[in-house]
Design a protein around this ligand. Structure first.
Ligand SMILES: Cc1cc2nc3c(=O)[nH]c(=O)nc-3n(C[C@H](O)[C@H](O)[C@H](O)COP(=O)(O)OP(=O)(O)OC[C@H]3O[C@@H](n4cnc5c(N)ncnc54)[C@H](O)[C@@H]3O)c2cc1C
Length: 321
């Protein structure tokens, strides 16, 4: 194995990333491109986390990619894939623009069109009494999402001074649940359920989901959905190719058991211990694993503040779909 011995804490790698999910690989690309030597460690025998693809009876499945939104020219995901230098390797199929999302509730069926105005028209035709409220609610949802994503770009004194005004819809509704906000706007229970159907994507029930979370999710798909040729595995392949192109490394079937700490109060992460006992050291350690696993299993309860332990206890992990 090409690794640093447990007796020699010399740092071969600038950064170790625990987990090769899309998040871990995206971080690896950014760091490797900046000249860092990155090592990605993955417990599974294939990289990709939820985005990996597997074969069963000759069919390819991807557990965690059903559709991707905002892939039009100049849209966010398109920019992201270009920024990660993986866009040229990817081909996407546009899902039926007239019905990219099928809703089945009991005997009711509704198809989401891949266009904001068409969605309003189709819903208004089906629920004429709610016509005005549908437009108001969906416009609000769009504004809250836009304001949320505008925040990192609000720079400079004057822009910051006017932030409460620029993000006023977000500010007004951010602390309320989806169930509360939709309840204030939409009266028909079937219509509410149709509008909440994409809760399946973030995995949080309307009573627990923060309104901006759902707003961002729905806004992501207002222009419809796309599917990558080759499934989620194609996204992962292009990401691992880019990481290797920049001279960094991905090791599969390599479980991290522990994050090694150093310092007076053992506050600094200096390396990791693998399943076979090997220790690998780096300047920085990034965990792409779930926060519960990272803090409780890999770092250990004894190194956590009482406050963080309390927060972790409260935290329940939503499982989408
Ligand atoms: C059922 C489902 C459907 C989804 N559908 C869509 C969709 O249609 N469109 C969309 O855009 N998104 C979808 N998502 C969301 C998307 O798949 C995930 O958000 C994304 O893949 C998460 O990536 P991640 O890097 O955060 O984490 P993960 O994919 O969870 O990656 C974490 C990685 O860390 C590894 N790991 C953990 N612990 C260790 C350890 N100790 N040592 C080594 N490795 C470790 C794991 O094996 C895993 O590979 C869906 C998710 C699910 C679950």
């Amino acid at each position: 194995m090409n690794d640093t011995s447990s007796k020699s804490p010399s740092k071969v790698y600038d950064t170790i990333i625990i987990g090769s999910g899309a998040g871990g690989l995206a971080a690896a690309i950014c760091l490797a491109r900046e000249g860092q030597k990155v090592l990605v460690l993955e417990q599974h025998d294939v990289p990709g986390g939820w985005c990996h693809s597997f074969y069963l009876n000759g069919h390819r499945f991807t557990p965690g990619v059903h559709y991707v939104g905002l892939l039009g020219e100049g849209e966010a995901t398109n920019d992201l894939y270009r920024g990660l230098e993986i866009a040229n390797e990817l081909v996407f199929f546009r899902m039926n623009p007239d019905a990219y999302e099928h809703v089945h509730i009991g005997e009711h069926r509704f198809d989401y069109p891949a266009n904001f105005e068409q969605l309003i028209d189709r819903l208004s035709e089906r629920f004429p009494k709610e016509k005005k409220r549908i437009r108001k609610y969906l416009n609000l949802l769009k504004k809250v999402s836009k304001e949320l994503f505008s925040m990192p770009y609000i720079k400079g004194f004057w822009q910051k001074l006017t932030l409460p005004y620029r993000t006023r819809h977000f500010g007004k509704y951010a602390l309320f649940s989806l169930r509360k906000v939709i309840g204030w706007h939409i009266k028909d229970p079937l219509l509410r359920n149709i509008l909440n159907i994409q809760c399946g994507d973030h995995g949080v029930q309307p009573r627990k989901a923060a309104f901006p979370l759902h707003a961002a999710l729905m806004n992501h798909y207002f222009q419809g959905g796309y599917y990558p040729m080759g499934g989620g595995g194609a996204l992962i392949k292009s990401m691992t190719n880019t990481i290797k192109k920049y001279g960094s490394e991905i090791r599969t079937s390599t479980t991290v058991l522990k994050i090694l700490l150093e310092g007076e109060q053992e506050k600094k992460a200096i390396g990791v211990q693998l399943g076979d006992g090997t220790k690998v050291f780096a300047e920085r350690i990034i965990s792409n694993a779930d926060p519960g696993i990272t803090y409780l299993n890999l770092i250990g309860k004894q190194h956590l503040s009482a406050k963080l332990q309390k927060n972790l206890k409260k935290r329940s992990i939503p499982v989408p779909h």
